[in-house]
Ligand binder design. Structure first.
Ligand SMILES: Cc1cc2nc3c(=O)[nH]c(=O)nc-3n(C[C@H](O)[C@H](O)[C@H](O)COP(=O)(O)OP(=O)(O)OC[C@H]3O[C@@H](n4cnc5c(N)ncnc54)[C@H](O)[C@@H]3O)c2cc1C
Ligand code: FES
Length: 370
């Protein structure tokens, strides 16, 4: 997007701080206004704030929801799939995951009029922030949701942007937004849309390609790939292939942005979990005091506060363990940390003293409000 468009599509900050916009720090309640079945199977769920105010977000950002279920609260991130031009309602599109706690609970229990709790908007995965004029969106499966928000926003703001979007799904029947996608592309003058199905051996009806992501597909659609800025979202394996291919075709790594929906990979990394290994560390580190429980532990300088706490059986709720979901957010009462925020905290949360223990290492003795 050009700099003026970037300004329009991210028209958030000042007005939001003036209090006209939804501020999850003040009132995190959202009322469910509509539930629509999508292909996939998936559902689009629309919400408005419980108090009279409007939404401000950058297309591509997400919210962290808490659903109060019979088995206790469940926290999950969902990208906003609606246009940032609609300030009155936001939508998320949730793919039903067999056996998945949140997605099956939402499909079975959430009704129009119900209240849920959420915080955000969060995340840096947004072309609204980028001055780039030439974009390439790569998405697969439910990874279309942040791309949908960006495409719908471009269409609503008549953005002057050269965007090519390539989307992969298993079959045409499982393509979320299959009917709507060509309309976004028609409403953005220089947009081009390409679809590929991975389970067929010839292009399915309405699709240009078949098979998994390949260098041939990308070269055929965007021979100018090296000049573009790429936003990629989908399953972990798809994103790994996409990254390798586009960098191999000459895209600078600074022009590649991705959003992962999948924390399973991080969690299966023993180094990311492993309280037991942590105990073997040799660095002395700093004292970490938990003001509510009254306990004090030692945290080595090269270890995150979350790992140090779990090693000492001091539970801090967590999900992604990489600074994205905001689940572990904790107030820093005193001391200093080095934090690698992955988008799970906004600048104003940081200014108010919040940190993410999963991606924070102590640089002095610290006191946490836990
Ligand atoms: C930034 C971000 C944005 C996201 N945006 C979207 C979005 O727009 N749309 C969307 O659909 N999703 C999105 N997600 C993913 C979403 O947060 C959830 O992870 C997803 O809905 C699955 O949650 P769930 O509770 O239904 O499944 P989970 O309960 O978390 O289960 C996930 C998988 O693990 C398996 N599983 C669960 N428990 C067990 C067990 N005990 N043993 C073995 N296997 C098990 C399940 O069968 C399932 O396959 C996003 C994630 C992130 C981080
Ligand atoms: S666990 Fe997700 S931000 Fe810390």
């Amino acid at each position: 997007v050009g700099s003026e468009d970037a300004h329009v599509v991210s028209a958030t900050g000042a007005a939001a701080q003036a209090g006209q916009y939804w501020d999850s720090g003040r009132d995190d309640r959202l009322i469910c206004r509509a539930i629509i079945d999508e292909n996939g199977p998936a559902k689009t769920i629309s919400f408005s704030p419980a108090t009279l105010c409007r939404f401000a977000f950058e297309p591509g950002q997400y919210l962290v929801f808490t659903f109060e279920t019979e088995d206790g609260p469940i926290e999950r991130c969902y990208s906003i799939s609606s246009s940032a031009a609609n300030e009155h309602c936001i939508s998320i599109t949730v793919k039903l995951v067999p056996g998945g706690r949140a997605s099956t609970w939402l499909a079975a229990h959430l009704r129009v009029g119900d209240v849920v709790h959420a915080h955000g908007p969060l995340g840096n995965f947004s072309a609204g922030r980028s001055p780039a004029k030439m974009l390439l969106f790569l998405s697969a499966g439910s990874g279309i949701t942040p791309i949908a928000s960006m495409m719908r926003t471009f269409a609503d703001f008549c953005a002057d942007v050269d965007v090519t979007s390539i989307h992969w799904s298993r079959t045409p029947d499982s393509t979320i937004f299959a009917e709507e996608m060509p309309l976004w592309a028609r409403r953005v003058p220089s947009a081009r849309l390409f679809l590929s199905t991975t389970s067929s051996e010839t292009p399915a009806k309405g699709c240009e390609f078949f098979g998994r992501i390949s260098a041939q597909q990308i070269e055929a659609t965007v021979p100018d790939i090296a000049q573009r800025t790429v936003y990629c979202c989908g399953p972990a394996g798809f994103m790994a292939d996409a990254r390798r291919l586009v960098l191999g075709l000459g895209l600078p790594s600074s022009a590649y942005h991705e959003e992962s929906f999948d924390f399973a990979i991080e969690k299966s990394d023993p180094a990311a979990q492993a309280p037991a290994e942590f105990g073997a560390t040799t660095h002395a580190g700093f004292a970490v005091h938990f003001s509510k429980s009254g306990r004090t532990i030692q945290c080595p300088q090269d270890t995150t506060l979350l790992r140090a706490a779990s090693a000492e059986r001091l539970p801090i709720p967590s999900s992604c363990r990489k600074g994205v979901c905001g689940t572990c957010r904790t107030r820093l009462v005193s001391g200093t940390v080095e934090m690698k925020n992955g988008g799970g905290l906004r600048q104003r949360d940081i200014d108010q003293g919040w940190i993410l223990p999963c991606c924070s290492k102590p640089t002095s003795p610290v006191v946490l409000d836990r």
